[in-house]
Structures are given as structure tokens and as C-alpha cells.
Design a protein around this ligand. Structure first.
Ligand code: UD1
Ligand code: UDP
Length: 358
């Protein structure tokens, strides 16, 4: 059995790493195919170096572009490699354009598709990821659902129960595997002059937030208010899309410390020690929940409702007033929730299921 593991963006590298690690441990015959959707050093290579992943056998280097152009180029590139390599299975993770193209290319060639992190739904078609998730799930032969809820969603869409496996989310594995390493190798707080639990950590990059001037302005205003009200620094490692849009819209960001995106080890340390995390990222909502750090989500909905139900997360949208109110409520809450996202063995479970697919 030969396997292709496709990845293309920061979260895919991080969340696929526990699966790659397990494939290596079991000496599976596999290769990594990088689409090149993310390519800047701090969005891509830094993670391979830190996590200790091998360099991908292929990199399509597609770079940035409109959805159609980017997805189309990835589709064409992946098909060529799959024709040459003839793997038995293709694995994709998450909901990016790289995932959609990978699942589509493989399923049209009747290669078995495994979708890691299947069954997440925001029910908001304004987010490009929602379309990618639905299509990838419906192209897949093996759906690795992180929770019982995601399994129920897939069943509700008519996907056969035999194809669905509840494994937990590989982000729990990634946090557990890398946090110890982070505390040995990095000192992000010292570098930034921060004290534990005396700062807020922010990330924001969703297209439907940062490409809309009013929403991005609302988020920045909310963060400014948070810094003033609580006299705490707001640390915002900024995604390149967001940096570009702040400058294009000419927005002010007073009282917010913007930094370049940081590597995974430093980011985990910053998250684990933050008083509160404010984010529109999927992975960061999950990590905050696992690390027992309260989270305010800068969106009107989430495909990770388990984190809200557990009491770890609250939806604030992009209104400055609501951000401040939700932050206050979350900071008053005790971090006593149980992590609903898995036990940190998702990578092992996925490898076992794939091994049994012969
Ligand atoms: C993509 C995914 C999103 C995921 C995010 C993770 C889609 C539709 N979106 O969004 O689901 O949450 O990755 O971070 O697949 N850029 C760089 N360097 C890079 C990559 C991007 O400078 O290495 C800049 C470019 O200006 C580019 C913009 O960021 O136009 C957006 O990049 P793109 O990959 O299209 O989408 P993301 O916002 O990164
Ligand atoms: N992350 C990181 N450095 C940063 C910001 C985020 O390493 O400066 C990590 C974070 O720990 C999480 C992942 O990137 O595991 C989330 O990726 P992103 O927010 O880009 O995408 P999403 O999860 O929303 O798809």
C-alpha cells in the first residue's frame, strides 16, 4: 500500500504532522505532496524545521491567487503526480483549497481519499472553507471525524456510517507532542517582554473578516479597547493576508503589538500563557480549549461548537462592544472544562484504520 499525504498551508502542516509521525513509526510507504499554497518562510518552512518533518517529495509551488486559479492549478498539479506515483490512498486534512483540489483529483482517479477533520460545518456559505469541507467530505472514502457531533453531521448528510471513524482531532496530538519541546527550546515570553497571564493573544485572518473593511476595523477597535480597559498588551502575530488588508484599508492599530507570524513552538507558549485568546482561526480555538485558556472567537458562527458547549469559547463577531463583553465573561469563567476534541491519539487511530483498509 502506498499513500500520498497532501498539505499546503500552515494548519495542514501542523495538524497532519501527528499522522506523518505515525506513518514513519510504522514504516508506511508514503510521500508528502506540498501544494505551495503557503510559501513564506514563517507560514511554511519554519513548521517543517520545528516539528522535524521531512521535506516534501513534491512541491507544486502554486502560490497565491483567486480561488478558481489556485484550486485549478493545484488540481492539475496533483493529478500529474498521482498519475505518476499511483498511490492507493490520498490523505487530506481540513478545509483549504489544497484539500478540495486534492480530494477532487484523487476521487476522479478512483484513488481512495481519507479526509482528516471531516464533518465540521459552520453552515455559513460566506466562508470559502465551508464549500471546501462539504465537497471534500462527499468525495471521501474514509472520513476521520474528530467528535461524535461531526459524525452525526456526516450521517445527516447521507454519508454511510461505515466510512466514518471518530478519532479525535489531531490538533490535540500536535499540542501534546510540541508543548514540551516548546518549553525546552523557546522563550517567547522573555523575547517579547511578557509576563504569564498578563497579555492577550490575537490572531485573525478569515477572508470574511479581514477583507471587509468594517469588520476588520471593528476587530481592531475591540482590541484597542481591550488593551485600554485591562492595561495589558495585545499581542497579534499577523497573518500576511491581514497585514496586506490593514495597509490597503489604511487602518490604525493603536495599542496593539503587531508581530510577524511566529513558529509553532513560540505560538504554543504564547497561547498557553495568555490571559485570554481572541481569534477567528479554527486551530487556535481548538488549541485554546485544549490548553485551558479562555477564548473569544471573532466570528458570528463556528464549525467547532464543541468548544463553546464545553464552556471554553464564546462567539463575539466583529463588534468592538461585543468583543469587550464576551472577553469579560470569559475571563470571569473558571477554566474547568473538559477537552471535547480527543485524547491526543488521533494520529495513531488514523494510521490503524488506514492499515486495515487493504
Ligand atoms: C488559507 C485557507 C484558510 C486557512 C488559512 C490558514 C483557503 C480558501 N483558505 O487562507 O482556510 O485558514 O490558509 O492560514 O484555502 N500570503 C503570503 N504568504 C504565504 C501565504 C499567503 O504572503 O505564504 C498572502 C498572499 O497575499 C495571499 C494571502 O496571504 O494572497 C492569502 O493567502 P491564501 O492562501 O489565499 O489564503 P489564506 O488567507 O492564507
Ligand atoms: N500558528 C502559529 N503561528 C502563528 C499563528 C498561528 O504557529 O503566528 C498556528 C496555531 O498554533 C495553529 C495554526 O497555526 O495550530 C492555525 O492556523 P491558522 O490560524 O492559519 O488556520 P486555521 O486553523 O484557521 O485554518
Amino acid at each position: 500500500m502506498k499513500h500520498a499525504i497532501i498539505l499546503g498551508t500552515r494548519p495542514e502542516i501542523i495538524k497532519m504532522s501527528p499522522v506523518v509521525r505515525e506513518f514513519n513509526r510504522r514504516r508506511f510507504d508514503y510521500f508528502l505532496l506540498h501544494t505551495g499554497q503557503h510559501y513564506s518562510y514563517e507560514m511554511d518552512k519554519i513548521f517543517f524545521e520545528e516539528i522535524g518533518l521531512e521535506e516534501p517529495k513534491y512541491n507544486l509551488n502554486v502560490g497565491s491567487g483567486s480561488h478558481g486559479k489556485q484550486t485549478g492549478e493545484i488540481l492539475i498539479g496533483i493529478e500529474k503526480i498521482l498519475l505518476m506515483e499511483k498511490p492507493d490512498t490520498v490523505l487530506v486534512e481540513g478545509d483549504t483549497n489544497s484539500v478540495l483540489a486534492g480530494a477532487l483529483a484523487a476521487s476522479k482517479m478512483r484513488i481512495k481519499v481519507g479526509h482528516v477533520e471531516a464533518g465540521l460545518r459552520s453552515y455559513d456559505r460566506n466562508m470559502p472553507e465551508e464549500i471546501n469541507r462539504i465537497l471534500a467530505d462527499h468525495c471521501s472514502d474514509c472520513l476521520f471525524a474528530p467528535t461524535e457531533k461531526s459524525r452525526e453531521i456526516l450521517l445527516g448528510e447521507g454519508i454511510s456510517g461505515e466510512k466514518i471513524h471518530v478519532t479525535g482531532n489531531t490538533i490535540v496530538d500536535a499540542v501534546k507532542q510540541n508543548l514540551k519541546l516548546a518549553n525546552k527550546k523557546a522563550d517567547a515570553l522573555k523575547e517579547l517582554g511578557l509576563k504569564p497571564k498578563k497579555y492577550f493573544l490575537v490572531t485573525s485572518h478569515r477572508q470574511e473578516n479581514v477583507d471587509v473593511k468594517e469588520r476588520l476595523k471593528g476587530i481592531l477597535k475591540g482590541l484597542e479597547k481591550m488593551s485600554e480597559l485591562h492595561s495589558m498588551p495585545v499581542i497579534f502575530p499577523i497573518h500576511p493576508r491581514t497585514a496586506k488588508m490593514i495597509s490597503e484599508f489604511g487602518l490604525k492599530h493603536e495599542g496593539i503589538r503587531l508581530t510577524d507570524p511566529v513558529g509553532y513552538l513560540k505560538f504554543l507558549q504564547l497561547e498557553a500563557n495568555a490571559r485570554l485568546v481572541l481569534t477567528d482561526s479554527g486551530g487556535v480555538q481548538e488549541e485554546a480549549c485544549v490548553l485551558k485558556v479562555p477564548c473569544v472567537t471573532l466570528r458570528d458562527n463556528t464549525e467547532r461548537p464543541e468548544t463553546v458547549e464545553a464552556g471554553a469559547n464564546m462567539l463575539a463577531g466583529a463588534s468592538p462592544e461585543k468583543i469587550v463583553i464576551c472577553a469579560k465573561k470569559m475571563m470571569e469563567r473558571k477554566a474547568e472544562w473538559t477537552n471535547p476534541l480527543g485524547d491526543g491519539n488521533a494520529g495513531t487511530k488514523i494510521a490503524t484504520i488506514i492499515e486495515a483498509q487493504r
